[in-house]
Ligand binder design. Structure first.
Ligand code: NAD
Ligand code: WQD
Length: 350
C-alpha cells in the first residue's frame, strides 16, 4: 500500500480520460490509471508523460475482474475515482446490447464493490447527454436542463441511465458518506493543444469530426451529411460541441465539489457550452482550420438522430464554477494539429 493518496482514473488511456489525467497531474494530483485497452492504446500513457513529465502508474485490467480490482485498491490508497471506462458506440450497442450492459453496468458494479470494500466513497461518473433522448418531445426543454425527463433511445444510452439509477440508489442507502458527481457530457471534440494526444477511433469513425479529419487526410473520400431536412437554420441537426480540454477541466471542478461537501452528495451536472452548432457550420469551421473546402454529400437521416442536443449549462456554472473557455474553432485547430502530426493516431499506418 502506498502512503500517498491517489485518484483512480478508469478508462484513463481513452480519449477523454487521457486528457483528464493530464489536467489532474498538472493540478498536482497523484493518479493511477486502470484500462483494459479494448478501445485505446498504452501509447497514450507515454504521451501523458511527455506532456506532464510524470509517469502515471498503469494497471491493465478489466473492471469486471474483481481480484484485479481488489489488488488495485490494496496497492494504492485510492480516495476518489473518475470513472470513464465504458463501451460507447451507439450503433454497435443496438446489435450487442448484452455486451454493452455487461461491460458498462457490471463493470460499474464491480468498481463500486471494490470502492466499498476499501472505504473509497467518491466517484465522478461519465454520463452522457444521450440519456435525455429527444428533448424536443417536450416543450421548453431546449436548452436541456438537468431535470429534463430521461428517455434514452438506444442500448448504450440505457447503460448510462441505468448506472445513474444505481448511483442514486446507492447514495440513498449511504447518504452520509457516498459522493457521486454524474456528468452528462454533450459532444466532446478536439485534441490536446500540444498535438500529442487526441481521439484515436478504431475502424470507421462514428462521430462527425473524427470522420471529417480522415476526409481531410484523404483516408476517406467524403463526408456523408445525415439529413438537411431538420427544423434548424440550415436544415442540419444542432449539437453542443465542447473542447475535450474544457471537458477534462470540468472533471476537476466536479471532483473539487464532491471532495468539499461535508456529507454525501449525488448530483447531475451537464457539461456543455449552451450553444448549438449545425453540421454544416462544423464542416465550415473545420474546413477553415484545414485551409480548404472538404467534400461532403447530403444523404438521408441517420436512425436515432435528433434535431437538437444543446445543454443548459447554468447548474455547472453556479455550483462547480466551471464553464467552457475554448471555442469550436479552437477545437478544430487542435484536432487538425493532432491529425497532421499523427494521421493514424496512436496506431501505425494501415
Ligand atoms: P474511449 O473509448 O476513448 O475511452 C474509454 C476507455 O475505457 C477505453 O480506453 C477502453 O479501453 C476502456 N474500457 C472500456 N471498457 C473497459 C472495462 N470493462 N475495463 C477497463 N477498461 C475499459 O471513450 P471516451 O470518448 O474517452 O469516453 C469516455 C467516457 O465518456 C465513456 O464512459 C463514454 O461513454 C463517455 N462519453 C463519451 C462521449 C463521447 O462522445 N466521446 C460523450 C458522452 C459520454
Ligand atoms: C453529430 C452530428 C449527425 C457523422 C454521439 C452519441 C452520444 C455521445 C456523443 C457518447 C449529428 C452528424 C455525424 C457523419 C453526419 N456519445 N453526422 N455525418 O450522434 O450527436 O452523439 O456522440 O455518449 O451518445 O450519440 O454525435 O458526432 O455522431 O454526430 O452528418 O458521418 O453530425 O447526424 O447531427 P451524436 P456524432
Amino acid at each position: 500500500m502506498t502512503e500517498s493518496e491517489y485518484v483512480l482514473v478508469t478508462g484513463g488511456a481513452g480519449y477523454i480520460g487521457s486528457h483528464t489525467v493530464v489536467e489532474l497531474v498538472q493540478a498536482g494530483r497523484n493518479v493511477v490509471v486502470v484500462d483494459n485497452l479494448v478501445n485505446s492504446s498504452e501509447e497514450a500513457l507515454n504521451r501523458i508523460e511527455t506532456i506532464t513529465k510524470v509517469r502515471v502508474p498503469f494497471v491493465k485490467a478489466d473492471l469486471r475482474d474483481a481480484a484485479a480490482m481488489s489488488k488495485l485498491f490494496t496497492d494504492y490508497k485510492i480516495t476518489s475515482v473518475l470513472h470513464f471506462a465504458s463501451l460507447k458506440a451507439v450503433g454497435e450497442s443496438t446489435k450487442i446490447p448484452l455486451v454493452y450492459f455487461d461491460n458498462n453496468v457490471t463493470g460499474t458494479i464491480s468498481l463500486l464493490n471494490a470502492m466499498e470494500a476499501h472505504g473509497c466513497h467518491s466517484i465522478v461518473f461519465s454520463s452522457s447527454a444521450t440519456v435525455y433522448g429527444d428533448a424536443t418531445r417536450f416543450e421548453n426543454m431546449i436548452p436541456i436542463p438537468e431535470n429534463c425527463p430521461l428517455g434514452p433511445t438506444n442500448a448504450y444510452g440505457h447503460t448510462k441511465s441505468t448506472i445513474e439509477e444505481i448511483l442514486r440508489d446507492y447514495y440513498a442507502a449511504n447518504e452520509k458518506t457516498f459522493r457521486a458527481a454524474i456528468l452528462r457530457y454533450f459532444n466532446p471534440i478536439g485534441a490536446h493543444p500540444s498535438g500529442l494526444m487526441g481521439e484515436d477511433p478504431l475502424g470507421v469513425p462514428n462521430n462527425l469530426l473524427p470522420f471529417l479529419a480522415q476526409v481531410a487526410t484523404g483516408r476517406r473520400e467524403k463526408l456523408q451529411v445525415f439529413g438537411n431536412d431538420y427544423a434548424s437554420r440550415d436544415g442540419t441537426p444542432l449539437r453542443d460541441y465542447i473542447h475535450v480540454v474544457d471537458l477534462a477541466k470540468g472533471h476537476l471542478a466536479a471532483l473539487a465539489k464532491i471532495e468539499s461537501v461535508s456529507e454525501g452528495i449525488c448530483r447531475e451536472w451537464n457539461l456543455g457550452s449552451g450553444h448549438g452548432t449545425t453540421v454544416l457550420e462544423v464542416i465550415a469551421k473545420f474546413s477553415a482550420a484545414v485551409g480548404r473546402d472538404l467534400p461532403f454529400e447530403v444523404v438521408g437521416r441517420r436512425a436515432g438522430d435528433v434535431l437538437d442536443l444543446t445543454a443548459a449549462p447554468q447548474r455547472a456554472a453556479d455550483e462547480l464554477h466551471w464553464k467552457t473557455q475554448l471555442s469550436i474553432d479552437d477545437a478544430c485547430r487542435d484536432l487538425w494539429n493532432w491529425t497532421t502530426k499523427y494521421p493514424y493516431g496512436y496506431q501505425k499506418p494501415e
